[in-house]
Design a protein around this ligand. Structure first.
Ligand SMILES: NC(=O)c1ccc[n+]([C@@H]2O[C@H](COP(=O)([O-])OP(=O)(O)OC[C@H]3O[C@@H](n4cnc5c(N)ncnc54)[C@H](O)[C@@H]3O)[C@@H](O)[C@H]2O)c1
Length: 468
C-alpha cells in the first residue's frame, strides 16, 4: 500500500488510492513500466505515433510498435521511420538494438502483450465528417486482446463523444469486460507541432488527460506524468478533453482567417499589412496572426469541421468558425488571382510557373491538405504551359505525378531558372533567404510574406498583404 507521504507527492484521489484494485496497480508502476513488465503498445506509427513511441523509449519503457503498413513495420524493425522528426530515428534504432522496441503486425497480439495501448491512427475528414474506420478497427483488435486492468488511451482529435459513444462500446463488446471495473479508458489528445514533436511532448506542454471515471483518471495521471515534464492537466470528463483539442484548432483557424481578412483589406486600402501588424501587435492585447496562401495539414483545417458538424446536430450556429473556414479555404484562389496580376499581357498559355513548397508549411514534409494542391488546380484551369513544384523535403508525390505539365523537383536553382513567375506557398527556411540574385528575371508572388522588400530590388513582385 502506498504511504500517506506518497499521496501528496503524486496527488492521487484518496477514494481511488484506498481502492485496493488501483493501489496495487499503481504500486511501483514506474518500475513495472521501466522493467518491461508493463509494455506500451502504440497503434499507428505515423506523425503522432512515432514521436510518442520515441518518447516512451527515451523514458526507459518497452514499446510495442503496431501499424498496418508493411513498409512502416519493415523500416521500424531496422530502427527507422519515415517521419523526419528530430530524435525519432535515434530512439527507434536504440530501441531495436537494446531490444526495448518490438514491432508487431498482429494487432490483437500487441494488445495481449501490453498494459497501456495508445490509439494513434488517423481520423481524417475529407468532407468534414470524421472517418473513424481506423479507430474502430484498432479498437476491435485491442478489445479482443484486452486483459484485466489494462489501460486504453485514445489520442487522435475526434468529434466530442467519440471515446464514450464509439470506442468504449467496442472495447466492452469485444472483451466482455466493463470499463472502470475491469479495464480503464483515457483520452489524451496529442498536442505536437510537427518538426519538434519530441520536445513538445517531453518539455513544452503539459499533457491533457481525462478518464472515463476516477480510476481511469488517477491511473492516467500517474502514467502520463512519466513523459510530460510539465505534468498533466486532468480534466473532469472525456468530452471536455476531446473538445479542448478542437478548440485549439478553431482558435488558430479563426485567427488566421482574421489575419487574411485584414491582409486583403490592407491590399485594397493600399497599405502594407505587415507594417501595420507589427505596430498593432506591440499592444499587449493584440495578437494578429500571419496571413497566408492557405491553411493545410491534418489538423487546423479539419478540427473546425468537427465542431461545425456537432454544432449542426445541437442546432447552434457557429458563424465565426464557419466563416473563418470558408475564408481560409478561398485563399489559394485569391492569391493565384493576385499573383497573376503581375503578368502583363495576360497570356497564360506560354506561362511557366514555379511553386515553392508542397508541404503544408515550412520545415515539414507532410503534404496532407496542402494549399499547393489547390493552387495547382487553379493554374490547371487557366491552362498555363508548365508548373514546377519545388520542395526541399518532399521527394515524390502521387497527385503531381498524374499531371503531364506538372513536375516535382528538389533542386531550388533549377526550379527558379525555369520560371516566369515564382509563387511562394510554404515558409521553408530556404525560401526566406531568396533575393533578387536568385529570383533573376522571374516575377515573384510571396504568399507567406517571408521575403523583405529590400532584398527584391529590381524584381517585379507582390506579397500577401502588400500589393504595390
Ligand atoms: N500530425 C500532427 O501534427 C497531429 C497533431 C496532433 C494530433 N494529430 C491527430 O493524430 C491523428 C493521427 O495523425 P498522424 O499525423 O499521426 O497520422 P499519420 O497518417 O501520419 O499516421 C497514422 C498511422 O496509422 C497507421 N494506420 C492507419 N490505419 C491503421 C490501422 N487500421 N491499423 C494500424 N495502423 C493503422 C498508418 O499506416 C500510419 O502509419 C490525426 O487524425 C490527428 O487527429 C495529429
Amino acid at each position: 500500500m502506498i504511504s500517506k507521504k506518497n499521496i501528496e507527492k503524486i496527488n492521487i484521489d484518496e477514494d481511488v488510492l484506498f481502492d485496493n484494485n488501483i493501489s496495487q496497480l499503481l504500486l511501483s508502476l514506474d518500475n513495472k513500466i521501466r522493467s518491461g513488465e508493463f509494455r506500451i503498445a502504440i497503434y499507428g506509427l505515423g506523425h503522432v505515433g512515432s514521436p510518442l513511441a520515441a518518447v516512451w523509449l527515451r523514458s526507459g519503457a518497452h514499446v510495442i510498435g503496431v501499424d498496418k503498413s508493411k513498409y512502416i513495420l519493415d523500416s521500424a524493425k531496422k530502427g527507422r521511420t519515415h517521419i523526419p522528426e528530430p530524435g525519432v530515428n535515434e530512439a527507434f534504432e536504440k530501441g531495436i538494438n537494446n531490444k526495448k522496441l518490438s514491432i508487431y503486425d498482429d494487432l490483437v497480439q500487441a494488445s495481449n502483450d501490453s498494459f497501456l495501448k495508445m490509439i494513434c491512427v488517423p481520423v481524417l475528414a475529407a468532407d468534414g465528417t470524421a472517418d473513424l474506420s481506423a479507430v474502430k478497427k484498432v479498437a476491435v483488435a485491442i478489445g479482443k486482446g484486452l486483459k484485466k486492468n489494462d489501460v486504453v488511451a485514445l489520442n487522435p482529435s475526434v468529434p466530442p463523444g467519440t471515446t464514450e459513444d464509439v470506442v468504449i462500446p467496442i472495447l466492452q463488446k469485444q472483451s466482455g469486460f466493463t470499463v472502470e471495473n475491469d479495464f480503464y479508458v483515457v483520452y489524451n489528445p496529442e498536442r505536437i507541432y510537427e518538426g519538434r514533436a519530441i520536445e513538445d511532448i517531453e518539455q513544452r506542454y503539459p499533457g491533457v488527460v481525462a478518464g472515463y471515471g476516477k480510476r481511469s483518471l488517477e491511473i492516467s495521471k500517474k502514467i502520463f506524468s512519466f513523459i510530460y515534464q510539465k505534468g498533466v492537466i486532468s480534466m473532469s470528463n472525456i468530452k471536455s478533453a476531446e473538445t479542448e483539442k478542437l478548440f485549439e484548432g478553431v482558435y488558430r483557424d479563426v485567427n488566421i482567417a482574421l489575419a487574411n481578412e485584414l491582409a486583403i483589406f490592407s491590399e485594397r486600402l493600399g497599405i502594407n499589412f505587415w507594417e501595420v501588424r507589427n505596430a498593432a501587435n506591440s499592444q499587449p492585447f493584440c495578437h494578429i496572426h500571419k496571413p497566408g496562401i492557405g491553411v493545410g495539414g491534418a489538423c487546423i483545417p479539419v478540427y473546425p469541421q468537427f465542431i461545425l458538424k456537432t454544432a449542426k446536430v445541437l442546432e447552434v450556429d457557429c458563424k465565426l468558425t464557419r466563416s473563418g473556414r470558408l475564408l481560409n479555404n478561398s485563399m489559394p484562389k485569391y492569391c493565384v488571382r493576385q499573383a497573376l496580376k503581375l503578368i502583363k499581357p495576360k497570356k497564360y498559355k506560354d506561362l511557366r510557373i514555379t511553386l515553392l513548397g508542397l508541404a503544408f508549411r515550412g520545415g515539414v514534409s507532410d503534404t496532407r491538405l496542402s494549399p499547393t494542391y489547390d493552387v495547382i488546380k487553379e493554374l490547371h484551369k487557366l491552362k498555363v504551359k508548365e508548373i514546377t513544384v519545388h520542395d526541399p523535403l518532399v521527394k515524390r508525390d502521387d497527385v503531381i505525378s498524374k499531371h503531364k505539365n506538372t513536375t516535382l523537383i528538389n533542386d531550388l536553382d533549377v526550379a527558379l531558372k525555369k520560371a516566369d513567375l515564382v509563387i511562394i506557398i510554404a515558409d521553408h527556411d530556404e525560401y526566406k533567404k531568396l533575393n533578387s540574385n536568385n529570383i533573376g528575371k522571374s516575377m515573384l508572388y510571396d504568399g507567406r510574406g517571408i521575403i523583405s522588400e529590400d532584398k527584391l530590388t529590381g524584381v517585379n513582385h507582390a506579397m500577401i498583404g502588400n500589393i504595390n
